[in-house]
Design a protein around this ligand. Structure first.
Ligand SMILES: *Cc1c(COP(=O)(O)O)cnc(C)c1O
Length: 424
């Protein structure tokens, strides 16, 4: 075994890493197969739409008749098996894209029902906020179907929950909860249950972190609308900002009227210099997502071998790039995040500290040394400081650097007396 010549990592950790990696052969092979499938899916869409240099030119001002923008939308729609898509650098975050979709589609008096419990923390204000122009302040009625105690969707209660609802909303990834993320086949069954009970109800899915983790996307199994962020999977680590909304043409159009102005819609929206990175990011996305998945699988197995509980387990089927490791204490969590930060290509020298973040209930610690600020397709770790002191880690632009980041996190814990290496 070759020890790492550049980083000071305890040889016992290197041995543990080698053992973990040997165990990962089968999951890695599955990730490779999925990467191949999605890389071909993306390549075919580029070819079918005759993407060329002229599509990268970008526009200024109002951005009328921007062929690059329109073609990117069409490529995106094909890849996601959707009628239409709107991909824009103007989306400032995933939350902005999701909020645009909610306000785009919902009207006063409409009922929105979340079927996967409480949505992602940052949506709280958009749904319930006071004095900020939330959905509730605009007269949209919000309801929630709680998850079952084991984190599963309460299928039996879906029919009653969705009757009369304009929108059934689900979140594929678990966010800052410890529930299981939704497999594509589960998403299919949820939307079948919605349609069976209430054919008019729109099926909407927050797809953040899920893109290209499986061979199918939610739009291919019944979603009317999906939403995601370009500083996660589908930006491939290359898009500098942005988001997308994909799905039924009439709904994407409505979202366009919300993103710009009612009546103006998608006619405008200049692309500046962002088209090339958005195209290129989509092209790289299946491969970068695979690197992030391998980093997650490796981290899971490594920490399992150290005696920690990791979810998903290393060999469980995945539907997003998130890995959670329950580290048990505030000190272990902070040491872990410091280690991840120290192994980042950017800002390796800064020390993450717990902090109160807008949109989050608990103090949060975040480690992210990224090319795009806060991009979580790049190796990053974040954790609300609450029991069971689980760290949510995700991303990794390349597997070798992702693996190194995980080892540096373990080393940081070890150096702080927060990691015990089980005796053989
Ligand atoms: C990242 C994410 C969002 C959006 O978060 P932003 O930080 O605003 O980009 C929404 N839902 C889920 C599940 C996410 O992972």
């Amino acid at each position: 075994m070759i020890l790492n010549p550049y980083f000071d990592i305890d040889p016992r950790l290197e041995h543990m890493a080698a053992a973990a990696e040997a165990d990962c052969a089968a999951p890695f092979a599955k990730i490779d197969e999925n990467e191949r499938h999605n890389a071909q899916k993306v390549l075919k869409a580029f070819i079918d739409h005759r993407v060329s240099e002229s599509h990268f030119a970008g526009s200024s001002g109002y951005g009328y008749d921007d062929r690059g923008r329109e073609t990117l939308d069409a490529v995106w729609a094909q890849v996601f098996g959707a009628e239409d898509a709107m991909v824009r650098h103007n989306f400032m975050s995933g939350t902005h894209a999701i909020t645009t979709a909610l306000f785009g589609v919902l009207r006063p008096g409409d009922i929105m029902v979340s079927l996967t419990g409480k949505p992602y923390d940052t949506l709280d204000s958009a749904i319930h906020g006071r004095g900020v122009g939330s959905l509730e302040e605009f007269g949209v009625v919000y309801r929630e179907l709680a998850l079952l105690p084991d984190g599963a969707v309460d299928f039996g209660s879906i029919p009653k929950a969705v009757v009369g609802a304009k929108m059934a909303y689900i979140q594929r990834s678990r966010g800052y909860s410890l529930r299981p993320s939704l497999q594509i086949e589960t998403i299919r069954k949820i939307f079948e249950a919605v349609r069976g009970a209430s054919p008019e109800t729109l099926c909407v899915c927050d797809n953040c972190y899920g893109e290209f983790v499986d061979t199918l996307e939610p739009t291919e199994v019944g979603a009317d609308l999906i939403i995601g962020s370009l500083i996660k999977n589908p930006g491939g680590g290359i898009a500098k900002t942005g988001g997308y909304i994909a799905g039924r043409h009439d709904l994407v159009e409505l979202c366009g009227h919300r993103l710009s102005a009612p009546g103006v819609g998608r006619e405008i929206g200049c692309t500046l210099t962002e088209l090339r990175p958005m195209y290129q990011g989509l092209f790289f996305s299946p491969t970068v997502t695979a690197a992030a998945l391998k980093t997650a699988v490796f981290a899971a197995r490594f920490f399992e071998l150290c005696g920690y509980r990791a979810t998903p387990r290393y060999d469980e089927p995945r539907t997003d790039i998130i890995e959670t490791v329950e580290l048990g204490s505030r000190e272990a969590l902070c040491a872990y995040c410091r280690g991840i930060q120290s192994g980042s290509p950017v800002d390796s020298f800064v020390t993450p500290e717990p902090w109160a973040m807008p949109g989050y209930d608990d103090e949060v610690i975040m480690a992210a040394g990224t090319f795009s600020l806060g991009a979580s397709i790049e190796l990053s770790a974040d954790a609300p400081l609450r029991e069971p002191y689980a760290v949510w880690m995700q991303g990794g632009l390349t597997y070798p650097t992702g693996r190194t980041g995980v080892l540096l996190a373990a080393q940081s814990m070890l150096s702080n007396g927060e990691l015990t290496i089980p005796a053989k």
